[in-house]
Design a protein around this ligand. Sequence first.
Ligand code: ADP
Ligand code: MG
Length: 330
Amino acid sequence: ESVVNRIAAGEVIQRPVSAVKELVENSLDADSTSINVVVKDGGLKLIQVSDDGHGIRCEDLPILCERHTTSKLTNYEDLFSLSSMGFRGEALASMTYVAHVTVTTITKGQIHGYRVSYRDGVMENEPKACAAVKGTQIMVENLFYNMIARRKTLQNSADDYGKIVDLLSRMAIHHNKVSFSCRKHGAVKADVHSVVSSSRLDSIRSVYGVSVAKNLMKVEASSCESSGCNFDMDGFISNSNYVAKKIILVLFINDRLVECSALKRAIEIVYAATLPKASKPFVYMSINLPRDHVDINIHPTKKEVSLLNQEIIIEMIQSEVELKLRNAND
Ligand code: ADP
Ligand code: MG
């Protein structure tokens, strides 16, 4: 059974960055305002996520890492929604099958916190009382220690660290009311350091720099009744002065960071046709739609989404982007 669990867990947690994403989403779900990430050896040695959220009650610790145990599902419909970012309580449990997980947490009004370690979906010891400030700290150590082949494919720690920095940069610009940091273990300087800002453009400036932020234009679109689909989108797209080698599409759907290759391709096509010299844009988009219109791909990493009325939505976004680019060109 443990081999089966490990293989399933290795599907959910494919790389260090997948663990970071799950941990940070949990911190966001816990209403944190500050999330700090420390990474050692590209995440294989250590991933530590500390937040100032509502914490975990001592009595909930024994089942925290049981598969399919979640505090977030309220009804069947939620299974198909992205509104609570978690999905079926699989992430933490998965991590315990492929790493050593230690949780330190304190809930509001308590004078001390608790620390406990997990292995293979169960608590290794009774929670021990310990000093704690506020919120939760989760340490994931020796990721994939029991998956030799996986470890071998992940030998480039700079590459994995880069993916983690990229993830946190993306999350930081969307969640501009939360401060994020990410650093290598032992480093003084953080590689992502966002402060709470009142506007999204400010947060883009602080994370991606002035050179990106100064070349952005606002985009907005929403559905009309007659189209039969129901969504709204707002975001920023780069203008002709922004020249890069690779498109960056930072896409949030119902506040969840996702990938949508069809949308990415559609945007690239518009740029190639309108701004061939600046055809690798920076694009940030936040799309909101009824939660039963979003489908999480069957794949356990839940990254690629598909949307109800996807073609219509993509076409409407395309024409908004095209309009903005043409107006800016005139
Ligand atoms: P899910 O997020 O789908 O519920 P997870 O395995 O990611 O499943 O987390 C399991 C449970 O652990 C969550 O439902 C939540 O109750 C609790 N939890 C995990 N991380 C945190 C955190 N940082 N702060 C508060 N609660 C947390
Ligand atoms: Mg979760």
